[in-house]
Each structure stands twice: as structure tokens, then as C-alpha cells.
Unconditional design. Structure first.
Length: 363
């Protein structure tokens, strides 16, 4: 703490700038992810998607935001008012603050100062290294677990049976898939020997290129990466795991009684969570900001995140919604046992072959 307080003012200015850049990046991505999803799914279903508002419909997210902002806000008479009002914030805020520990680039030089492109980190010139949160992955898991409180509160405080059922479904679903996702991440801990996201990203760089990424490092981490991404989609209630909303069964699930901007905040939370989980998957399994040298690191990071967001949209256009019993069976009887086995196999792999890419033993 003393080392942080003794740093030059430039580092505090840089920290504020990084917060603004990350916030604007997530906010703009959330706004235009809705447009991109309608366009992508429209293309896959041989439709045009939004076309009327602006050139090729590019102003549609702005029109939607203005419409929701000026719509009448309705609070049910029997609702628990305070919990009803605060629930959208509890759902939205963790999605944004989770981004604080994700490294989105390497170090840059600004007026002679070394600035790491990670909000929760600073370069200490006295020791010559970056000081960051050395339990960054645990921080992300903790923030992700907070999001469920907003959804459960929304369902309970609305005093509606549909909303309550949606909230209960959400809590059961998030807990189920969070267990499998956490076990999948343990394979990364075993490979890197660290909980620091900076160290995890650094361990995926080097002479091995793409094969040094944990997704391709060995068969165990490959399967763990796929399972982690699927569990992340389920945890943020994206199709085909959007049972907490389930319009055909629960009207609109946990947010049935919400209107105006509070209704929009739940969907902002969903898309912000999608950006965050894609960024986490990029950091843990796809080498973070590392890529070929002809582009800056932050560009590779953004490209990987946007590719994974496209994959989320592709999945939505392809798969129908699971039944609730299928959803629970997949989480508890398929993913959880597989990830437990993967943790053991990863440890045995490291004991037998070390942490180098598997292809190096074949060459």
C-alpha cells in the first residue's frame, strides 16, 4: 500500500484514463451488440435485420435507448419498492467492475512512464515490475456470483408468480454452472501456477505462438476451455440457456413487471456480462492480448473478444432452448463430472510431460 501511495501523479491520471476507456468500450459494445446480433441472426435466417433507422439501421440502438428512456415507468402496487428499484443496479454493476482486473494490452510508455493496460495494476519503478491484483481470477468469480442477487431480488420483489419462478430458475442455473466453470479454471491455475491474470497471460506468450495458448496447450485444457465458455453462456442466461426469461412459459421471467429503463438495464447487464465472459475466456484460454507482432496487443484482445461475441450470437441462431430438466442434467451430470476428471488429468499431464505444448513431444 505504501508503494502505491508513493507513486508519481501520472500513474493516478493513467488509472482514471484506463477506467474511462474500459467503461466506454464495454458500454459501446453493449449498445451495438444488440444491433450486431439482430444483423447476424437476420443474415443466418436470410433476413435483413434493422434497416430503417440510419444507414443500414446503425442508429437503431440509439433509437431503442431513447424510446426506453421516455417510456412510462410502472411499479407494481404490491411490490417491495426498494428491492424492486435496486435489483437492476445489482445485476448491472458487477458486469462492469469485473473488467477491472482483465489485462487488455501490454505496457505502454507515456511521457517516460510505463503504464500497464489493466485497470487494477500499476508499474512500480522501484521494483521494476507491474503490481496487480494477484488473485484476479477469484475477484472475477466473486463478482460473477453477485449478479444472481439482482435477478433473484427482481423476481422476489415484483410479487409476481412468473417473476418469482424466473428468479428461482436463475439462482439454480447460475450456481450449477458456476461450479463447472470454476473447476474448468482450475486447469489454468495448474498450468500457470498463479491466480494473477497478468501472469496467466504472460505464460501463454513466447516462442510457441498459438499453440502456447491454454486452449491448445494440451487436450485437457482444450476441453476445459470449451466447457468454460459453454458454462459462461449458461451463467449469463444466453440462449439456449435463457430459462430465467423463457417467454413461452413465464411471459418474460424475472423481469416481467419491469418497464422503461429498468427493463433495459437487465438486458444491458446480459450484454455487459457477455462482453466480460468473452474477455475472461480470451484471457484464460486464448492468450489474452498476445498475437502476431504486426498489430498492437489491445487490437488482438478486442478482435478475440468480438470473435467470441459473434460465437455467442451464432449459438443463439442455431440451437433451440433447453428444457429445464435438460439444463440441470447437463450442468450436474455432464459438465461437473467431466471438469472434476479434467482437473485430475491436467495434474497427471503436468507430472508426466510438464506445461509445454503437447505438439512439442510429437515433433
Amino acid at each position: 500500500m505504501d508503494a502505491l501511495l508513493a507513486l508519481p501523479p501520472m500513474y493516478y491520471v493513467a488509472m482514471v484514463a484506463k477506467v474511462l476507456v474500459a467503461f466506454v468500450f464495454v458500454l459501446l459494445t453493449v449498445a451495438y451488440a444488440t444491433y450486431a446480433e439482430r444483423k447476424v441472426i437476420g443474415f443466418m435466417q436470410v433476413r435483413l435485420g434493422p434497416m430503417r433507422t440510419g444507414w443500414y439501421g446503425l442508429l437503431q440502438p440509439i433509437a431503442d435507448g431513447l424510446k426506453l428512456f421516455f417510456k412510462e415507468e410502472i411499479i407494481p402496487k404490491q411490490a417491495s419498492t426498494f428491492a424492486f428499484l435496486v435489483a437492476p443496479l445489482i445485476a448491472l454493476v458487477p458486469a462492469f467492475i469485473s473488467f477491472a482486473v482483465i489485462p487488455f494490452g501490454g505496457n505502454i510508455e507515456v511521457f517516460g512512464y510505463t503504464i500497464p493496460l489493466q485497470i487494477a495494476s500499476v508499474y512500480d519503478p522501484q521494483v521494476g515490475k507491474v503490481l496487480d491484483l494477484n488473485v484476479g481470477v477469484l475477484y472475477i468469480l466473486g463478482m460473477a456470483s453477485l449478479g444472481v442477487y439482482g435477478i433473484v431480488l427482481a423476481g422476489w420483489s415484483s410479487n409476481s408468480k412468473y417473476s418469482l419462478l424466473g428468479g428461482l430458475r436463475a439462482s439454480a442455473q447460475m450456481i450449477s454452472y458456476e461450479l463447472a466453470a470454476g473447476l474448468a479454471i482450475i486447469t489454468v491455475f495448474l498450468m500457470s501456477g498463479s491466480l494473477s491474470l497478468n501472469q496467466i497471460v504472460a505464460d501463454q506468450a513466447g516462442a510457441f505462438g498459438v499453440t502456447g495458448w491454454y486452449l491448445f496447450r494440451n487436450p485437457c485444457t482444450f476441453v476445459a476451455g470449451i466447457i468454460f465458455f459453454i458454462c459462461s453462456i449458461a451463467e449469463i442466461n444466453r440462449t439456449p440457456f435463457d430459462l430465467p426469461e423463457a417467454e413461452t412459459e413465464l411471459v418474460s421471467g424475472f423481469c416481467t413487471e419491469y418497464s422503461s429503463m429498468k427493463y433495459a438495464m437487465f438486458f444491458m447487464a446480459e450484454y455487459a456480462n457477455m462482453v466480460t465472459v468473452c474477455a475472461v475466456t480470451t484471457t484464460l484460454f486464448l492468450g489474452g492480448w498476445h498475437g502476431p507482432a504486426f498489430l498492437p496487443g489491445w487490437m488482438w484482445f478486442v478482435a478475440k473478444v468480438y470473435f467470441l461475441i459473434f460465437c455467442c450470437m451464432w449459438i443463439r441462431a442455431t440451437y433451440p432452448r433447453y428444457r429445464y430438466d435438460q439444463l440441470m442434467r447437463l450442468g450436474w451430470k455432464v459438465f461437473l463430472p467431466i471438469t472434476l476428471v479434467l482437473v485430475v488429468l491436467t495434474a497427471l499431464w503436468i507430472m508426466a510431460f510438464g506445461t509445454e505444448p503437447w505438439f512439442s513431444f510429437i515433433m
